[in-house]
Write a protein that binds this ligand. Structure first.
Ligand SMILES: [Zn+2]
Length: 252
C-alpha cells in the first residue's frame, strides 16, 4: 500500500486543477456574476439552480442542500472516490507526479509523528466537545453558541467545543497518552512566562480546523468574557504553525 501523498504535491494538484472544468464534466454551468457560475446541483434533485461555483475561490456551494467544498471534495462526492483517489485522478489529468511519504525510515518516523499530533488534536477536540455538551462550567459557552445562532446540528457537524478556564484541563487528561513535547508540538500546550506548561486554550469556544483529508490540524478559539476569563488574552486565538498545520495554506 502506498503511503500518504505528500502535502506539497496535494497542494500543487489543487492549485493546478481547474474546478470549473472539473465540475463542467458533470453538469452544465452558466455565468451568473463576475465570479459566479451556477448549475443544477448534482447532489440533490432540483429544477432551479442553487449550486454555485466561485472560480476565484476555487470553491462551490449549494444553497439547496448545503454541499460545498473544493475540487477534491467535489470529485470525491460525485465519483465516490477516496481522498487519495481524487488527488491521483486530478494529478494524472494535470500532469503532476505524486510522491508518497513513508518511503525512507526518516520519512516514516516523521509520518508517525504527524499521525500522533493529529491524534492528540482529535482527542483534544473530543474533550472540548464533551465539555461544551455536558459540563456545568460550559454554561456560558452554551449560551454564547445559542446566541450566535449556531444550531445543535451545526455544533455537532463542526465539532464545536469549549476549553475550560483552568490551566491544566488538557494537560491532566492527555499527558497519560502523549509526551509534553508532543502536546507542545501539537499547539495544545505552551510554556508560560515562568516556564510552566499550561493549556494554550482557556475559557474559549473551540472550532477545530481540519485538513483536506479530514485530519484535525488545529483550533480557532473565541474567548468568552466572564469573571474567570484569562486576563490580557486575545479575543481570537489560533493554533500555532506546526508539522501538520500551515497557515499559509488554508484547508479550503
Ligand atoms: Zn444541492
Amino acid at each position: 500500500v502506498a503511503g500518504r501523498i505528500r502535502q506539497e504535491d496535494v497542494d500543487a494538484v489543487r492549485e493546478r486543477a481547474d474546478l470549473v472544468k472539473v465540475i463542467s464534466g458533470h453538469l452544465q454551468l452558466r455565468k451568473s456574476g463576475a465570479d459566479r457560475l451556477v448549475g443544477l446541483c448534482p447532489f440533490h434533485p432540483e429544477k432551479t439552480p442553487s449550486f454555485g461555483v466561485s472560480p476565484s475561490k476555487q470553491a462551490y456551494y449549494c444553497f439547496g442542500c448545503g454541499e460545498g467544498g473544493n475540487v477534491f471534495t467535489f470529485l470525491r462526492k460525485v465519483e465516490n472516490l477516496s481522498f487519495a483517489e481524487a488527488v491521483e485522478k486530478l494529478a494524472s489529468e494535470t500532469g503532476i507526479t505524486l510522491r508518497y511519504e513513508g518511503t525512507s525510515p526518516s520519512e516514516r518516523r516523521a509520518h508517525g509523528r504527524r499521525q500522533a499530533v493529529h491524534k492528540a488534536i482529535a482527542d483534544a477536540a473530543r474533550l472540548y466537545q464533551r465539555t461544551l455538551a455536558e459540563a456545568k462550567e460550559a454554561h456560558e459557552a452554551r449560551e454564547y453558541v445559542a446566541q450566535r445562532g449556531i444550531s445543535p446540528a451545526s455544533v455537532e457537524r463542526f465539532d464545536i467545543g469549549y476549553a475550560p478556564t483552568y490551566p491544566d484541563f488538557l494537560l491532566r487528561r492527555l499527558s497519560r497518552a502523549y509526551s509534553a513535547e508532543l502536546l507542545v508540538e501539537a499547539g495544545l500546550v505552551a510554556k508560560d512566562a515562568e516556564g510552566n506548561l499550561r493549556d494554550r486554550f482557556r475559557g474559549r469556544v473551540m472550532f477545530p480546523i481540519h485538513d483536506l483529508s479530514g485530519n484535525a490540524v488545529g483550533f480557532g478559539g473565541r474567548l468568552l468574557a466572564g469573571p474567570r476569563a484569562p486576563t490580557n488574552a486575545p479575543k481570537y486565538l489560533n493554533s500555532p504553525e506546526s508539522a501538520v498545520y500551515h497557515k499559509g495554506k488554508p484547508p479550503l
